[in-house]
Design a protein around this ligand. Structure first.
Ligand code: FAD
Ligand code: NAP
Length: 312
């Protein structure tokens, strides 16, 4: 019987493991289907994690020291995919790919979320080299420079607004002439002088060279193609929350979720199921940053320690 099963080994899961083991729990396993580190390992650089100020280091380098520290106090890692988590009586059963089952007193789910790709030419090639899905992470690299934003939802327009305070101009490309975003958000964006709305248009291609993105081709519904040079490209066309592990055999969620599939937690990262916690990008109102995911992981682990003490 595990004291705690941690599902997902990104910043939230690793930090939860560090705090749980260093806080005295003996039997803690983190189930991570790949190498630990999470999404940030795809990044070529990280500038906004306090205490880490080395410009020549990638996200992979950054997470390397995390692993050494987080495993130092006894956290175990099993490189296995979790199919689902179920509460049976007092305890949890963790169903692993291949049919194996593990019992745990508590579970912290930190499986993250994945930004959707729009599917234009060059998107994958230049992802992380000029094409981004995170304004907070990468906006600063375009200080006083123009950027292009793709999407017409709340995220695209809120992030366009955020970018407009850093960048010289923000060109919002949207495939229709009506916006999905809430009217007050659209109104706020329309009043900002350096945000320019380009409607009935899509990104035809992200263009670049070995150094990364150099520009974008924007195609209007009438067939006209505009080539925008020297711009960063931010894609906000929705997110997939990695929440399948929280579904039962019938496909129903075992804890309360919001309409967008994010886990509803309180400030202690408690879900609606006693002993089940969620942390990081998959929870409601997540800022989707390494520093906040790590913070969530630490909170969840401290709560797990208290929960186990209360049960004894
Ligand atoms: P993730 O990092 O998504 O980790 C979830 C883990 O769960 C993954 O490793 C996944 O393999 C695992 N998993 C999923 N499902 C299962 C399953 N069923 N079984 C077992 N394992 C599973 N943030 C910043 O603060 N600054 C930046 O500069 C920055 N740059 C970024 C650049 C890029 C290219 C990307 C993609 C993200 C960037 N971010 C940045 C965002 C940051 O990476 C995320 O906010 C953070 O990683 C979220 O941590 P997490 O632990 O919640 O989830
Ligand atoms: P979203 O509402 O699904 O919007 C995605 C946008 O991307 C839409 O405008 C869509 O166009 C466009 N799009 C999708 N696929 C595309 C493609 N392949 N190429 C070009 N454009 C594409 O996603 P979101 O903005 O991330 O929001 C998700 C949910 O969170 C929403 O319900 C939103 O209201 C909510 N949210 C709320 C807040 C808030 O309340 N403050 C903030 C952020 C998000 P179409 O419009 O034509 O479909």
């Amino acid at each position: 019987m595990l004291d705690c099963a941690i599902i997902g080994g990104g910043p939230a899961g690793l930090t939860a493991g560090l705090y749980a083991t260093r806080g005295g729990l003996q039997n803690v396993t983190m189930f991570e289907m790949g190498m630990p580190g999470g999404q940030i390992t795809q990044s070529s650089e990280i500038e906004n994690y306090p205490g880490f100020f080395e410009h020549d280091k990638t996200g992979m380098d950054f997470m390397d020291t995390w692993q050494k520290q987080c495993f130092h106090f006894g956290l175990k890692h099993e490189m296995k995919k979790v199919e689902r988590v179920a509460k049976k009586g007092e305890y949890f059963t963790i169903y692993l790919e291949g049919g194996e089952e593990v019992e745990a007193k508590t579970a912290i789910v930190c499986t993250g979320s994945t930004p959707k790709r729009a599917g234009f030419k060059g998107e994958d090639e230049f992802f992380g080299k000029g094409v981004s899905t995170c304004a907070t992470c990468d906006g600063f690299f375009y200080k006083n420079k123009p950027v292009t934003v793709l999407g017409g939802g709340d995220t695209a327009l809120e992030e366009a607004f955020y970018l407009s305070n850093i960048c010289s101009d923000v060109y919002v490309v949207h495939r229709r002439d009506e916006f999905r975003a809430a009217p007050p958000t659209l109104d706020r964006v329309m009043r900002k002088k350096n945000i320019h709305l380009i409607t009935n248009s899509v990104i035809e291609e992200a263009v670049g060279d070995a150094m990364g993105l150099t520009g974008v081709k924007i195609k209007n519904n009438d067939g006209t193609i505009t080539h925008m040079e020297n711009t960063g490209l931010f894609v906000f066309v929705g997110h997939n929350v990695n929440n399948n592990v929280l579904k039962d055999e019938k496909g129903e969620f075992i804890c309360k979720m919001n309409d967008w599939g994010q886990v509803i937690v309180d400030l202690s990262m408690k879900t609606s199921v006693s002993g089940l916690f969620a942390a990081g990008d998959m929870r409601i109102e997540a800022p989707k940053q390494v520093v906040s995911a790590a913070g969530d992981g630490s909170i969840a682990a401290l709560q797990v320690i208290s929960y186990i003490q209360e049960q004894q």
